[in-house]
Ligand binder design. Structure first.
Ligand code: SAH
Ligand code: DHB
Ligand code: MG
Length: 217
């Protein structure tokens, strides 16, 4: 029975269904297109969020009235463009990227998308850069999408630096399906979930790889 399957985690997603719903609800303008295609064109990893997750980020930020947002993991700026859309012209996004090459490609894409005045790309490791951003806080949302073994640290930083009602967002919350494995990174991802539950109202949205959503109490 259909309902039993979906409650058990079975997905009715297919490439075709996903393409159709992405096209219908989350189409790309020229800026989003350039950022989405940058990995294919340049050979950097194609590990950006999906089109629907990107649109969801934008909508969640606007619903929460978010104006100051931190992202960990910029890649080519695809999600950052969606975050910029969510905060609007009077908002700001600080996006942290470890790889200088990725940061450079992202900055070019942010210019193309017309959101370079909204997004600042900070080059460095998340754990080094986050303390430097604290002076701009408290923040309205934190989107975590970088090295999975540090999600627990990023989540703790978010709990300290988000306002009440602020959003915690964590991509890859199913850890590529390895969430329950016996490895240090999987354990860190489980701690991220469990500790988030202490400071936030939480839900793990069953996107293809899970999106943890928390609202700061
Ligand atoms: N959020 C992006 C995708 C990010 S992919 C999007 O959806 O468009 C993950 C990125 O995190 C990669 O670019 C990788 O270089 C970067 N990264 C890896 N380790 C990092 C760290 N310790 N600090 C900051 N960025 C890191
Ligand atoms: C990888 C990272 C991501 O953030 C993602 O969404 C998919 C894949 C990766 O490192 O392989
Ligand atoms: Mg991701």
């Amino acid at each position: 029975m259909a309902d039993d399957s979906s409650r058990a985690g079975t997905s009715y997603m297919s490439r075709e269904v996903l393409d159709w719903t992405n096209r219908t609800h989350a189409p790309h303008d020229a800026g989003l297109s350039a950022a989405f295609d940058t990995p294919k064109v340049t050979g950097i990893p194609a590990i950006m969020v999906g089109a629907s997750e990107g649109k969801l980020l934008s909508m969640l930020l606007s619903m929460a009235g978010a104006k100051k947002v931190v992202e960990v993991g910029t890649l080519a700026g695809y999600s950052a463009i969606r975050l910029a859309e969510g905060v609007g012209d009077d908002g700001h996004v600080w996006s942290i990227e470890y790889e200088p090459k990725h940061a450079e490609l992202a900055r070019a894409n942010l210019i193309k998308a017309g959101v370079d005045s909204i997004v600042t790309v900070e080059v460095g490791a998340g754990l080094d850069v986050l303390p430097r951003l604290e002076k701009h806080g408290p923040f309205d949302a934190v989107f975590i999408d970088a090295d999975k073994a540090n999600y627990d640290h990023y989540g703790r930083w978010a709990a300290k630096n988000l306002r009440r009602g602020g959003l915690l967002l964590g991509d890859n919350a199913f850890f590529f399906g390895k969430l329950l494995e016996d490895s240090p990174a999987a354990a860190a991802m489980r701690r991220f979930h469990e500790e988030a539950r202490e400071a936030f109202d939480t839900v793990c949205i069953p996107t293809p790889d899970g999106l943890l959503l928390g609202v700061r109490r």
